[in-house]
Design a protein around this ligand. Structure first.
Ligand SMILES: [Zn+2]
Length: 74
């Protein structure tokens, strides 16, 4: 054997040592909530996904453009 692969650097284990910042707020992530720092941020991320699929912020897409023009503009 040439290279003895030892599972010394288990990324899962050394997560605490080199905790990556929470992708939501940038705070150090918590092991239990990885990769987030708290359940709140995990929720935010979750809602981002769900929100992007289900509930899109009210956007004027279908504007009923069937009104008298120049009704009250100056
Ligand atoms: Zn966070």
């Amino acid at each position: 054997m040439h290279s003895d692969k030892r599972e010394d650097h288990d990324p899962e284990r050394s997560a605490e040592a080199s905790a990556r910042p929470c992708p939501i707020c940038g705070k150090p992530s918590v092991f239990a909530m990885r990769p987030f720092c708290s359940k709140r941020c995990a929720d935010i991320d979750l809602h981002r996904w769900l929100g992007g699929v289900y509930a899109i912020p009210v956007a004027p897409e279908d504007e009923p453009d069937a009104g008298p023009e120049g009704a009250s503009e100056d």
